[in-house]
Design a protein around this ligand. Structure first.
Ligand SMILES: [Zn+2]
Length: 433
């Protein structure tokens, strides 16, 4: 498919794109081979990072026990925080530094455990403080000087794609801002996707995590094309290079898998085929957005999740208010894609067709993708806008300011996004239906 026309007109257009991905093991039983795989790297002492909820399922301990049969000493740290904060990451890093050294790290859990493991891996191999490495302008934006340990990522929720990406997302509590640490060295060396580990995932988690998969695919598919940037020097290359032919291929396939399995996986949790397809969709979408990047819905999601008041979603731990990542991404997606439509109408229409091959295109083509998204969100019980998770008109200014801090993401949008544009997107997202 041809690259969309663009309003960006670089003097010296980019001609190079990059593609990176971890080694991958996929399928029922894949998690039983981690001990063998790590023994081949010579690892003798391994840290398993997880959160208390996942630890309670017994999966992390099973992974640790299985490693001992290969002569590996494995320790489980179960203190990862669901939606990591600078404090929770610091706690994990302190524990790992005190109890190290480690030869390798295994993350068993959702994106939160995997991101915590990335931070632990970074800070047990490199000097300095966490904030030194956090993206500018919130942190110092420092690049790791030393190589990291092998990191095996074992996702137990289908969605985040954290197993494929180079980023660790965190809330900086004192600034009320969600930001990240992003560097190619953070990418896991091996992703182990074993659909049998997601069998206990409740419907609410499948729905929110699935919207995250969907937005990863959609945002990278509609991202600003790599050819519309100025040509970079080799030392300037970044992991996220904009929409490109390889990322497009993964995103399209992820959308087709979602079309056939998303509703089924939420409504019939016991449907193993649907679960396996969702796991594959998450992996494929991760391979796409992990190279192309995401834009407006993810930029908006940071303040939506970071400024949560008292919302508690069903099927999540209820010990603290939270808006799950995938839900916070979904809530402004219909309006964001209505806004970006004119940057690449052909891609927006194609995405709507892939996501719902039976949907009829409305008279106004700009409404096609938002319509498909809203129909899906209603069917899988996602809240009907940011109003339903506690925000009103009076919050829009703060939300917009929070999004404007995500310049790295906004720079991947297929057209320029002004403060006024964001205000309109948030305002129209208070009530989607
Ligand atoms: Zn995401």
């Amino acid at each position: 498919m041809s690259q969309p026309t663009s309003t960006f007109q670089p003097a010296n257009p980019e001609s190079v794109f990059t593609y990176g991905a971890p080694h991958l093991k996929f399928g029922v039983g894949a998690a039983d081979e981690i001990g063998y795989d790590l023994s081949q790297t010579g690892a003798q002492r391994v840290l398993v990072v997880t959160d208390p909820g996942v630890a309670a399922t017994g999966s992390p301990q099973r992974v640790a026990d299985q490693m001992t049969t290969f002569g590996i000493e494995a320790h489980v740290f179960d203190g990862a925080h669901v939606e990591p904060t600078d404090e929770s990451l610091q706690h994990a890093v302190d524990w790992a530094r005190e109890n190290g050294p480690w030869d390798a790290i295994v993350a068993v859990g959702g994106g939160s455990s995997i991101d915590t493991a990335k931070a632990v891996n970074l800070m047990t191999t490199n000097p300095g403080e966490l904030m030194d490495y956090v993206n500018k302008p919130v942190g110092g934006g420092r690049a790791p000087a030393n190589p990291l340990h092998p990191l095996v990522a074992v996702p137990t929720t289908t969605g985040t794609g954290a197993e494929s990406t180079t980023i660790c997302v965190l809330d900086v509590l004192s600034l009320k801002v969600k930001t990240g640490i992003s560097h190619a060295r953070l990418r896991p060396t091996l992703a182990v996707i074993d659909p049998s580990l997601t069998r206990t995932q409740p419907a609410g988690v499948t729905a929110a995590a699935g919207m995250d998969i969907l937005c990863h695919a959609l945002e990278s598919y509609t991202a600003r094309p790599y050819t519309t940037y100025e040509h970079k020097r080799p030392e300037e290359r970044v992991p996220y290079c904009g929409a490109n032919p390889i990322a497009d291929m993964w995103s399209e396939k992820a959308m087709s898998l979602l079309a056939s399995s998303f509703r089924r996986a939420v409504q019939h949790g016991e449907d193993d085929e649907a679960r396996a397809e969702m796991a594959m969709a998450a992996t494929f979408a991760g391979m796409g957005f992990g190279n192309a990047g995401v834009h407006i819905p993810h930029a908006n999601a940071y303040p939506i999740a970071g400024r949560v008041k008292d919302f508690s979603p069903k099927d999540y731990p209820d010990d603290h208010p939270m808006i799950p990542h995938g839900m916070s991404v979904a809530l402004t997606a219909p309006e964001a894609f209505r806004f970006t439509f004119d940057a690449s109408p052909e891609r927006h229409r194609r995405a709507a067709q892939l996501l719902d091959p039976r949907a009829e295109e409305p008279g106004d083509a700009a409404e096609f993708l938002p319509g498909v998204l809203i129909a899906l969100m209603r069917d899988i019980d996602i809240p009907g806008g940011i109003g339903a998770v506690g925000y009103d008109e009076g919050d829009i200014g703060d939300l917009v300011q929070g999004t404007l801090k995500q310049q790295r993401l906004l720079a991947t949008a297929p057209k320029d996004v002004t403060e006024d544009d964001l205000e309109g997107i948030f305002r129209r997202s208070i009530r989607l239906w």
